[in-house]
Write a protein that binds this ligand. Structure first.
Ligand code: ADP
Length: 357
């Protein structure tokens, strides 16, 4: 097992900069997820760590060893891809043992490792099968097993679940997390799926256009995104981003005034009439079915409540029941785009109905 340190890693392809200024340190045993939209540089970072790609500049350490010039096979890392790349003519057992046999590991140790890995991935009953006799999820478990059997000091996973259907993806995701809890091998996991990032990661690295946007644990990134890209990328349904004009005590949103709570007011670094984007998560909006405007109670610094209009008149456009919750897509009069609101399931509303957010 090992810590991993990237220092100012940059990779150019001809004159295109794929990744730039990539600096982070992963402590030994942690599970980190690199997440971002397609083309943001996730795989390039992972492949550089694996040694399949050479950085144009910067330093890479695995453990205490500078590995810039160390070839992939000598880095002691195991990588799992989305296409499992199993040997089709070998059995599950042979696939898992192959890497160890190549390294001339003692027969007895190979047998022991094979059984331990098979047990931890529930593959004991499949050891004699060939890959084509396995489901996609089972094949992926074999690919993981092959990587684990080598007991690498570092695990690199590139979208390992993206070929699985939804249910299997959820189950395998949980198994992966459990496996990491048992083995504590330092793991770097690449995905474009923010749910995978949120559920698996000790720390998330959000990337966009080859640069790091934010590094943090899932909850703090969700609560305090560093910028609009991070805010809108993490969260499902995504954060509402509303164009607004700052008015000191209020935001003007498409001609309606929304009062700014006292506890936020002092931390805003805006000047009057400044145009800005307001981010509000769908689960932080409440609905009031009165068509008459209601008055919100706003807590002031001195602990007293001040009554103030703090809602927006909106119209229900689309209702999407999701079982436990319902997503209501509303819009403000005279404005384009939806404001999405997440409310408990079972709420009875109709398109065209007016309400206050
Ligand atoms: P991601 O994994 O986030 O989808 P990649 O790391 O694959 O992104 O790619 C990052 C950027 O680098 C993209 O703009 C991609 O087109 C470019 N890129 C990646 N590999 C190569 C290559 N071998 N030659 C030229 N450009 C590349």
């Amino acid at each position: 097992m090992a810590k991993v340190l990237l220092e100012n890693i940059q990779r150019k392809f001809n004159n295109v900069t794929a990744i730039e200024d990539i600096t982070f340190e992963i402590p030994d045993g942690e599970f980190w997820v690199l997440v971002g939209p397609s083309g943001c540089g996730k795989s390039t970072i992972l492949r550089t760590i694996a040694g399949l790609e050479t950085a144009t500049s910067g330093n890479l350490f695995i453990g205490d060893r500078l590995v810039n010039d160390i070839p992939a096979r000598a880095r002691d890392v195991a990588m799992v891809f989305q296409n499992y790349a199993l040997y089709p003519h070998k059995t599950v057992a042979q696939n898992i043992a192959f890497g160890l046999e190549m390294r001339k590991v003692d027969r007895k140790i190979i047998q022991e490792r094979l059984l331990t890995v098979a047990r931890s991935l529930s593959l004991e009953n499949l050891l004699d099968r060939k890959p084509k006799q396995l489901s996609g999820g089972q094949q992926q478990r074999v690919a993981l097993g092959r990587a684990i059997a080598r007991q690498p000091q570092l695990f690199l996973l590139d979208e390992p679940l993206s070929n699985l259907d939804a249910q299997l993806r959820d189950d395998t995701r949980a198994e992966l997390k459990q496996l990491h809890q048992q083995l504590r091998i330092t793991t770097i996991y690449v995905t474009h799926d923010q749910v995978e990032a949120m559920t698996l990661a000790d720390k998330i690295v959000v990337l966009n256009r080859g640069r790091i946007q934010q590094i943090g644990d899932p909850q703090s990134i969700y609560a305090l995104p560093a910028n609009e890209m991070v805010a809108s990328f993490l969260g499902n349904p995504p954060m509402n981003i509303l164009p607004a004009i700052y008015k000191g005590d209020n935001f003007d949103i498409s001609g309606q005034l929304l009062a700014i709570p006292e506890n936020i007011k002092n931390s805003l670094n805006l000047h009057p009439e400044q145009i800005c984007n307001l981010g509000i998560r769908p689960e932080h909006i409440y609905i009031n079915l009165d068509e008459q405007s209601t008055f919100g109670r706003i807590l002031q610094k001195n602990g007293e409540y001040r009554e103030e209009v703090s809602d927006l008149l909106a119209e229900v456009k689309v209702i999407e029941p999701l079982g436990r919750e319902t997503l209501i897509r509303t819009s403000l009069p005279n404005s384009f785009g939806f404001i999405n609101v997440q409310v408990p399931g079972g709420v009875r509303l109709h398109p065209g109905e007016r309400l206050h957010l």
